[in-house]
Design a protein around this ligand. Structure first.
Ligand SMILES: [Zn+2]
Ligand SMILES: [Zn+2]
Length: 158
């Protein structure tokens, strides 16, 4: 509102201005503010709580699901807790490149406990399992998956 009155004041002072030039100036000054700007701001606030049941990692994330709107073309195989990369500046609106993101973790396919991707907290074989469920599920897996899981379990004790 105050900008408008300032704009008209300038025009009054510059009455000798060429008509066309002042018209262009007016068009530039009164270009509508993008209505989406406020929504974008809110969207960048992390509102979903991620809490790993294994290592206690605690983080606020931006998205839970399979297709984060800020990571174009990405489709996770499991519902994931996704954080926008905090070190990445927002891309210009007209740019359709996906943002960088970090998938922190998922829910265990068996018991639904939230686990991060750390090898101390979860194991992935067709789905993500917490280590406790992994130890139970293990016997249903092919030998190769079993030995990989056992290796991961032993690797955690130095
Ligand atoms: Zn963890
Ligand atoms: Zn589990």
């Amino acid at each position: 509102m105050t900008q408008d009155s300032a704009e008209y004041a300038i025009e009054d002072d510059d009455l000798c201005l060429d008509n066309e030039a002042s018209e262009i100036q007016r068009l530039q000054l009164t270009a509508p503010v993008e209505p989406q700007a406020q929504e974008d701001l809110d969207e960048r606030v992390a509102t979903i709580e991620f809490h790993c049941s294994g290592c206690n990692m605690h983080e606020m994330v931006h998205y839970y699901g399979r297709t984060p709107p800020f990571a174009l073309g990405i489709k996770f195989r499991e519902d994931s807790y996704v954080l926008r990369d905090p070190f990445q500046a927002p891309p210009p609106r007209w740019q359709s490149k996906p943002e960088f993101y970090v998938a922190l973790g998922v829910k265990c396919a068996n018991c639904n406990k939230v686990v991060c991707k750390d090898t101390l907290c979860s194991f992935y074989y067709t789905k993500t399992f917490c280590l406790e469920c992994g130890k139970v599920e293990l016997k249903n897996w092919p030998v190769e998956a079993q030995s990989r899981f056992r290796k991961q379990l032993t690797a955690k004790t130095p």
